[in-house]
Design a protein around this ligand. Structure first.
Ligand SMILES: *Cc1c(COP(=O)(O)O)cnc(C)c1O
Length: 381
């Protein structure tokens, strides 16, 4: 059966994004963060596209995502889990050479025990608490941690030492970020003084990578930028002003499209759809589009969302239903059933970026993208 909408990913635009990132970060190692179903783009479609652009390192949140990347990635690519893992997951990860974060003693002990059982080393990245207060070893735990890592050197590969910033995309967090930088540098010093250093150090997400070049170390963990979005308008403006540029060098690679399922003439003086949220003041023509909140088109876009049809911007009228919206096509030339409807992407002069869609529905790019359901088919072109 045909799906009622589909997502298209553009590989030429992605190539441009990766060329920009490589040049901008001067060839520094970059891990492509593909958690949240590759920020909604779809892991299975996205990972091979990224590999075609030369990417060979992927970061995910949990074992389920790691499993999906592992299924489609080239054998030489590295997969790193930054978040949730239970003991069975740790066993699977060690068996398959999947790298993972260790941010407390429970996980360290489990990794060592399971590595011994399998007679295979666990490849770990030690995450340090620097002031985000999410995950990471505390400063006062470092001495014990170093002892344990030394004792376990036969069962683990100490691949990385890392941290995560608590909101590098907003200048209002500057004082907190500065404290995190100092804390991380002090913790690194303890490892250095103990003579126990990892193979690599990594700290930066997209915003930090743009804003804090002094924190680049050996690898960057880039999520949102690779998909052509900026972590915040602030970071884009900062980039543009630093480089006297007027346009983002990044391009969005995602489009989301459907088609007109039906047309409906509405006489003046009638309510449209469920309830009384929209009233026709004149004779109208509506187009019905088979996407709704079950497909990630938020209910908060009721009477306010915009889609593109035949190169025109047309507004959503009435409530967004579970599987359907109505849009006002009154007066548009030659509108017909099966015409293409663009919810995200371009038609002629007009573009609906996820950002404007996001602002309309009071969601961030990150949230809106990751809420595009996995069941929407993804095509690469
Ligand atoms: C999500 C995430 C990233 C990537 O963040 P972006 O802002 O999308 O670049 C990096 N590191 C960690 C630990 C993350 O959770």
């Amino acid at each position: 059966m045909e799906a009622s909408s589909h997502i298209i990913l553009n590989k030429e635009l992605l190539k441009g994004n990766w060329e920009f990132l490589r040049a901008y970060f001067q060839g520094k190692k970059i891990s492509a963060v593909v958690k949240g179903n590759a920020y909604g783009h779809g892991i299975e479609a996205y990972v091979p596209m990224a590999e075609a652009c030369g990417v060979d390192h992927f970061s995910v949140f949990n074992a389920g995502e790691a499993y999906r990347v592992h299924e489609v990635a080239a054998p030489g690519s590295t997969i790193m889990v930054m978040g949730a893992l239970d003991e069975a997951d740790i066993e699977w990860a060690i068996e398959n050479g999947i790298e993972f974060y260790v941010f407390n003693f429970q996980r360290l002990d489990a990794a060592v025990r399971i590595a011994q059982k399998l007679a295979k080393k666990a490849i770990i990245h030690i995450e340090l608490e620097t002031g985000m207060y999410r995950t990471g070893f505390e400063e006062q735990e470092i001495a014990t941690l170093i002892e344990k890592l030394r004792a376990a050197s036969g069962d683990i590969v100490f691949r990385g030492l890392c941290m995560h910033f608590a909101g590098a995309e907003h200048i209002t967090n500057y004082v907190r970020i500065r404290k995190q930088k100092i804390n991380f540098k002090m913790a690194l010093k303890k490892f250095r003084q103990a003579g126990l250093m990892p193979e690599m150090i990594h700290a930066c997400c997209s915003a930090a990578a743009i804003r804090y070049p002094d924190m680049h170390y050996d690898m960057l963990r880039i999520g949102i930028l690779q998909y052509g979005f900026w972590p915040s308008p602030e970071i884009l403006i900062e980039y543009l002003s630093k480089h006297e540029a007027v346009m983002s060098p990044l391009k969005r690679i995602i489009s989301w499209e459907s088609m007109i399922m039906g047309l409906k003439e509405v006489p003046p003086g009638e309510f449209v759809g469920y309830g009384a949220s929209y009233f026709s003041h004149q004779a109208m023509q509506l187009a019905l589009v088979p996407i709704g909140y079950a497909h990630g088109f938020s209910r908060s876009l009721s009477n306010s969302g915009i889609v593109l049809i035949n190169g025109y911007r047309v507004p959503v009228v009435g409530m967004v239903n579970m599987n359907c919206i109505a849009v006002d096509v009154t007066g548009l030339p030659a509108v017909a059933i099966n015409d293409k409807v663009t919810m995200i992407g371009r038609q002629g002069e007009h573009e609906i970026s996820v950002a404007s869609f996001g602002e309309m529905s009071n969601q961030l790019n990150y949230e809106l993208l990751t809420r595009l359901p996995t069941h929407i088919p993804r095509y690469v072109q």
